[in-house]
Design a protein. Structure first.
Length: 293
């Protein structure tokens, strides 16, 4: 009898990962996050420039997340008031002495796209070789997010989004079709498929056909666009697994819908509901569906 041997996975695959929402950190603020087995510091200077750094001051190890401050364009350590700019260069000391060029605060490559703060991870500390695209959000709703702490790996959650075979068996979808065979190029993977499902659209059940375009950028960032042609209904979804520690990740999922011009097509009940409330109702329904898929 053949035995199953699990393919070993690196705990932290190279790529971009979401570590915060852009609105989580205002100018002049510092926040601490957990990523890839350790704390990281995110701060914005008073002019709004973002930086992600190691948490400990290279002078004598003070943790910036406990009492650190942003002053001007630098972050100040709470221990001896050594200051560092967004490049990690020392700009001042608490003793009034000349800052040493040898004293460097390690920084991470970061990016902000689609109102998400992203961090670049590379096991050899190489610079990014690719970036996730900025989407056009004209006529789209604000993205509604939900978060889940899981004992898992980014590859497992990413594989799920393109595992067409499990949709009918596990989730009860019917008429599953592959509209574009899965293809990959370096860090990027694309697939397109469609399926039918009995969906509850705010009090009215319908058998609907949905088409999905799946765009996977590395193992930490998936962007899925979906459309229900008969309802003229378009959706966008984020699937963002971020490894906090080995075998531990925070899964962030997001949903947005294009302006509801004919909301009564989705459900007659929505005809009497203001568009803003109708949008939130539909988004909450959509998030529940993603969470079980």
């Amino acid at each position: 009898m053949a035995s199953y041997k699990r393919i070993p996975l690196k705990p932290y695959p190279n790529g971009w990962y979401m570590v915060a929402h852009s609105n989580e950190i205002k100018n002049g603020e510092i926040i601490t996050k957990r990523f890839a087995g350790k704390d990281i510091i995110l701060f914005r200077t008073e002019s709004g420039k973002l930086a992600i750094t190691e948490p400990y001051c290279p002078h004598m190890g003070g943790h910036f997340g406990f009492g650190g401050k942003v002053e001007g364009e630098s972050i100040k350590c709470p221990f001896h008031h050594f200051c560092f700019d967004t490049k990690g260069d020392c700009t001042a000391t608490g003793y009034g002495s000349k800052p040493s060029s040898k004293l460097k605060l390690p920084t991470y490559f970061s990016d902000e796209k689609n109102n998400l703060i992203l961090i670049w991870f590379d096991e050899k500390n190489n610079a990014p070789t690719w970036f996730v695209p900025q989407e056009d959000w004209t006529d789209w709703s604000e993205v509604l997010f939900a978060e889940y702490d899981l004992n898992s790996h980014p590859q497992e959650t990413t594989e799920n989004s393109v595992d067409v075979g499990h949709f009918s068996i596990v989730h009860g979808y019917t008429g599953v079709e592959t509209l574009h065979e899965m293809e990959s190029h370096d860090h990027y993977l694309y697939a397109k498929y469609a399926m039918h499902r009995i969906a509850d659209f705010v009090g009215k059940k319908k058998n609907i056909r949905t088409e999905f375009n799946v765009n996977v950028h590395g193992l930490g960032y998936s962007f899925v666009s979906a459309e229900i042609p008969e309802l003229n209904f378009k959706m966008r979804n984020f699937v963002l697994p971020t490894p906090k520690d080995n075998g531990k990740l925070k899964l962030t999922i997001g949903a947005s819908i294009k302006n509801l011009e004919n909301k009564e097509k989705i459900s007659p009940l929505l005809k009497i509901v203001p568009k803003e409330i109708a949008t939130k109702l539909v988004l909450k329904k959509r998030l529940k569906v993603i969470a079980t898929t």
